[in-house]
Every structure is written in structure tokens, then in C-alpha cells.
Design a protein around this ligand. Structure first.
Ligand code: KG4
Ligand code: ZN
Length: 395
């Protein structure tokens, strides 16, 4: 197989990433500039600020990625960039820079779907160890702040194809983590904080019911009309495994109101703001000091309900579609309880499950450079007139 060194650029949300990856498997560098401190006072990503921060970071981040990889602008074989989905203004920063580089250096340009990037984050490390044979179809759960998607993936001769068999009808799983954390004044992003607090509470105290969706999604019907003849091998009438997480957020709000937890939340909000104001990032002990038992139990119960739903639906989909193996990626795949539960339950079902390392679970550019490699081999390059696709679908 020919060798290729690809410079990947990622700017779809709130991380500016650049990485150099050789032949889809060897990470020479992987630089991520996070914007957490910019967005955290607002409790979520502010699109205008994200674009501005990407503009600030893109040149130094790319330079650092090349330097750490011992490469130069001239020595890389191709430039890969995230086309979508994501925030339009944020995507445009990465795309404009990638286009300028490609034009000036006369290097081929490869457009990558961010979701395919998350799938390839698993493959990247799997190829490194070379220990596990891929068993198709692969069922890939991409679970992040913007997405909760289930794809059946097939690969033939470097051509990867995906069929969506499930997605969220409302909030993504990571969004639910972030919104619940915001509601409880636990800071932003909420996923990592809830992950660390949950083991300190009892997950069986609050019983949350997560919506089980029975009716078809009208948006899918419209899309399947466009898609027919797509050759995915999955019938349009095939069973779907959709998710819904806006209800649990409301249930947490109701619980907080009924249990009159408002005053405690306000005290925590002020105390954490003071810590940040005095120039310190709160650590786990600060959170534990500021959370009573009821709050810790609520956090643990929320996380348990989310994970049970994600794992149960994904494993049901794996049985239905006779998946050969399972990939779990995206920011929420960094969650300790999620990993442990998937490993345990999938093993009982005899299904191998693979995760990226934590660093490659959340947004990064190494996964973009890795997903670009099969496209490089197929010479799937884009012209200068391609543009950002904020709502880009993978299948
Ligand atoms: O993949 P990602 O970095 O960006 C998107 O493409 O959205 O995912 C970010 C999301 C956020 O919602 C964040 O709260 C969540 O992933 N997240 C976690 C954990 N680490 C990040 N959720 C649960 N547990 C974690 N350890
Ligand atoms: Zn992502």
C-alpha cells in the first residue's frame, strides 16, 4: 500500500485541531487548542466566539503540528479538512485555511465528514496495534455533544460506506450531559464533570424513564425517498434505533424543583464563579465540597439512565443487524461508566467492542487525517469551490 503523510485540520466546533498522520495509522503529531475557557462563562458554545478563536488559533496550531511531526508545509502529501457537520462559521475557518495551503503548495485537498472522522479515530488506533481483525458490518455509535448516531459501516477496497440506522430525535447525549450540568451549576462542558462526580453518588436513588421511540421519524421518510437506490444493503423499512434525550433534562429540572434544590445550586454557582475569578480552575475536591449527597445521587442516577439507554439500544441494534463488531466514539465515549458498561454487556453478547483512547474520543484532527487516507488512495480530492456543510450527513 502506498505511504502518505496527511496534514489534517479540524475546526467544526470549539476545538482547533491540526495533526499529521502517516498512512491512516501513525500519529506524528496531534495538536488541539481548546476554547473551553472562552465558552464556559456562557455554559455552552457561542458560535461567533468559536469562529474568532479558530481564526486566532489556526496558524499557530498548524505550525505546531508540523513542527512536532518533523514535517514542513512542503513535505506533507495532502491536506485534509472537516467539511461538516458543525458550526458554519467555525468550519469556514479551517476550510479557508486548508484551501489556501492546498492552492499555494499545490497539494491535493481532501474533504472529510466529521462523523466519519470519529469512526476512523477507532480504526486509527486499531491499525496501530494490528491485533484485531475487522468483522463487518461494523456497528458504530458516534456519541458526542452534537450527535447520537448509529451507523452500519462496510468497507471494500478502501471505500467505506455507512448506513444510518439510528439517531437522536432531539438532544444529543453529550448535550443532555452539558445541559444537566448547567442546570446544576457544575460548569461547562458537563460530561467530564458528571463523569467524575457520578462514582460518588448512588445511581439507584432517582428513577428516570427515557423515551422509547415507536413511531417513524418523518425526516427519515423524506430522506429515504432521496436515497433510494443508494445500495446500502439496508432496506428503508428496516428497524431503526432512535434516541431521545430532551425528556430526561426536563425530568432533572422537575426533580430539582420538587426537592427544592435551587438555593444549593445558587450557592455552588457563586462559589465556583469565585474560584474561577481568583484564577483557579475548580478541581474534583471543590465540586465534592459544594455538592450534597442528594446532588451526587441525582448526578449518578442521571448518568446511569443515559448509559443504560445508550447501551441497551446499541446492543439491540447490533443483534438486529448481526453486527460483527462495535465501535463507540465521540466525546461521550470518554465516559468511564459508559466504557465499562459497554465492555461488560457487549462481552456477554459475544460482541467485540472498540473505543478510541480518551484523547481521540473528543474532537481532534488526527481522526480527520486518518479518515482522509482511504480517500487519498482513491484519489478522492475536492476542488477549490467546495464549501462548508453545516448539516452534512454521513448516510
Ligand atoms: O466529540 P466532541 O468533542 O465534540 C462534538 O463533536 O460534539 O464531544 C463533546 C461532548 C460534550 O457534550 C461533552 O460534555 C461530552 O462530549 N463529553 C463527555 C465526556 N467527555 C466529553 N460526556 C460524558 N463523559 C465524559 N467523560
Ligand atoms: Zn465531534
Amino acid at each position: 500500500m502506498p505511504d502518505a503523510t496527511i496534514l489534517g485540520i479540524e475546526s467544526s466546533c470549539d476545538e482547533t485541531g491540526a495533526a499529521v498522520v502517516r498512512s491512516g495509522q501513525q500519529i506524528l503529531s496531534n495538536v488541539v487548542a481548546s476554547q473551553i475557557s472562552t465558552h464556559s462563562p456562557y455554559g455552552g458554545v457561542v458560535p461567533e466566539l468559536a469562529s474568532r478563536e479558530h481564526l486566532r488559533a489556526i496558524v499557530p496550531v498548524v505550525r505546531q503540528a508540523l513542527a512536532e511531526a518533523g514535517q514542513t508545509y512542503q513535505s506533507v502529501d495532502a491536506i485534509a479538512v472537516t467539511q461538516g457537520p458543525g458550526l458554519a462559521g467555525a468550519l469556514l475557518v479551517g476550510i479557508s485555511f486548508a484551501k489556501a495551503l492546498s492552492f499555494a503548495l499545490e497539494k491535493p485537498l481532501i474533504a472529510v465528514n466529521h462523523l466519519e472522522g470519529h469512526v476512523h479515530a477507532v480504526l486509527l488506533e486499531q491499525r496501530q496495534t494490528g491485533e484485531i481483525e475487522l468483522e463487518f458490518p461494523v456497528l458504530a455509535l458516534v456519541v458526542s455533544g452534537g450527535h447520537t448516531h448509529l451507523y452500519l459501516a462496510q468497507a471494500e477496497e478502501n471505500l467505506w460506506s455507512y448506513t444510518n440506522i439510528g439517531h437522536t430525535r432531539d438532544d444529543a447525549a453529550g448535550e443532555a450531559f452539558d445541559k444537566v450540568a448547567k442546570l446544576l451549576a457544575l460548569g461547562y462542558p458537563g460530561g467530564p464533570i458528571i463523569d467524575r462526580l457520578a462514582p460518588h453518588g448512588d445511581p439507584n436513588t432517582v428513577k428516570f424513564q427515557i423515551a422509547q421511540i415507536k413511531h417513524p421519524d418523518r425526516r427519515d421518510r423524506a430522506k429515504s425517498n432521496v436515497r433510494s437506490g443508494h445500495g446500502s444493503g439496508v432496506e428503508d423499512s428496516a428497524p431503526r434505533f432512535d434516541f431521545s434525550y430532551s425528556g430526561i433534562k426536563t425530568a432533572v429540572l422537575r426533580y430539582v424543583e420538587t426537592e427544592q434544590m435551587g438555593a444549593g445550586i445558587e450557592t455552588r454557582r457563586r462559589a465556583l464563579a469565585e474560584t474561577v475569578h481568583s484564577g483557579h480552575q475548580p478541581i474534583l475536591d471543590d465540586y465534592l465540597r459544594l455538592c450534597d449527597r442528594r446532588t451526587l445521587n441525582l448526578v449518578a442516577s442521571f448518568q446511569r439512565a443515559m448509559i443504560n439507554d445508550l447501551v441497551t439500544k446499541t446492543l439491540a441494534a447490533a443483534r438486529e443487524y448481526d453486527a460483527g463488531m462495535l465501535f463507540v466514539s465521540g466525546g461521550v465515549a470518554a465516559n468511564h461508566e459508559l466504557r465499562g458498561t459497554f465492555q461488560r454487556e457487549a462481552e456477554m453478547q459475544g460482541l467485540p467492542v472498540l473505543f478510541p483512547s480518551r484523547k481521540l474520543s473528543t474532537d481532534n484532527a488526527a481522526m480527520i487525517a486518518a479518515a482522509a487516507f482511504p480517500k487519498f488512495l482513491r484519489r478522492e480530492f475536492v476542488e477549490m469551490d467546495f464549501s462548508a456543510e453545516a448539516g452534512m450527513a454521513l448516510a
